[in-house]
Design a protein around this ligand. Sequence first.
Ligand code: ATP
Ligand code: MG
Length: 214
Amino acid sequence: MEEREHYLLKLQDMRERERQDLAVYLHNRVLQDMGEIKLTMENENSSEKLQSCIDRIRRITYNLVPVHLENTGLAAAVSELGSQYFQNDACHFELHQFGFKKDDLKGDLRLICFRIIQEALNNVKKYAQASLVKVTLTKLNNRFILLIEDNGIGFNLNNRKAGEEKGGLGLFMISLLAERKKAEVTIESKPGEGTRIRVVFFQREEENESVSDR
Ligand SMILES: Nc1ncnc2c1ncn2[C@@H]1O[C@H](COP(=O)(O)OP(=O)(O)OP(=O)(O)O)[C@@H](O)[C@H]1O
Ligand SMILES: [Mg+2]
């Protein structure tokens, strides 16, 4: 792996830690204070406004560190993320699962899957103008397959030089994170034909370990 890619992965770890610190701060300090202030409020209007601030910060905190990921697993966390992102959006969000169980993925692999889906959904929201986005989680024998597809405007893959200074980092990070787990990434897109991102994680047979231990 190139030095630059090592650097980007380190950066990703630092971002995860920063996100955690910020989420803990927002949760323990800001939200608690706001909750206390709300209790002392008499004006109904201000109390409502404060409640909507509290809800917004809660959502931000959740995006920083998906706490549900630990408790409820990848599918529930993705479902929560999707409904948040596309709640008031013309794009409809669907989550499908085949043979995938809550405990099939754990630890950093689960977080990597979540971050990949998050980057992909960010792009759908920002660029795709899609009416439908589907995330599919499939467990098939020794493989775990992640599929994120939209029916939006698509883009020309040849015009995009991943990871270049001018370009974005999202798709490049998806490839790097997948590479970290020796997964295979396929990105398919054409103008007018939507976008599909497929990531396949393999279980190492010889060690007979679960896909989650890699
Ligand atoms: N689902 C999609 N539909 C349409 N275009 C897309 C989609 N996903 C990516 N693109 C195009 O590919 C480009 C590269 O995406 P990428 O996520 O790498 O960078 P970015 O979103 O521009 O920046 P960043 O992710 O760093 O915020 C986007 O600028 C957009 O033009
Ligand atoms: Mg992006």
